[in-house]
Design a protein around this ligand. Structure first.
Ligand SMILES: [Zn+2]
Length: 87
C-alpha cells in the first residue's frame, strides 16, 4: 500500500488564479515562487504546474536583470519582510 506523503494537496496557485502570462514586473505574482531570500522555490514545494513554473522562472530571471528583485540578500536584510516594498 502506498503511503501518503506529508505535503499538502498540490495545487498550482497560478492555475487557480487563471494566470495565462506572468509578467516580470508583477512581483505580487512572482512572490508565490520566491523564498524569503528571493530564491526560486522548487516546484515540489510550491506545487506549481510545470507550465507555470517555467513561466515564473523566466519572469523571475527577467526581474533580476531589471533589478526588480535582488540576486542575493544579505542576512541582515532577511529579518525584514522582503515583500514590504511590493504592497
Ligand atoms: Zn499552473
Amino acid at each position: 500500500m502506498a503511503e501518503r506523503r506529508k505535503f499538502k494537496k498540490r495545487y498550482c496557485k497560478y492555475c487557480e488564479m487563471k494566470v495565462d502570462y506572468i509578467d516580470y514586473k508583477d512581483l505580487n505574482l512572482l512572490k508565490f515562487s520566491l523564498s524569503e531570500r528571493f530564491k526560486i522555490m522548487p516546484r515540489r514545494l510550491t506545487g506549481n504546474c510545470k507550465r507555470h513554473q517555467e513561466l515564473v522562472t523566466v519572469a523571475i530571471k527577467r526581474a533580476r536583470q531589471t533589478a526588480l528583485i535582488p540576486y542575493i540578500v544579505d542576512r541582515k536584510n532577511v529579518v525584514e519582510n522582503p515583500f514590504e516594498f511590493v504592497k
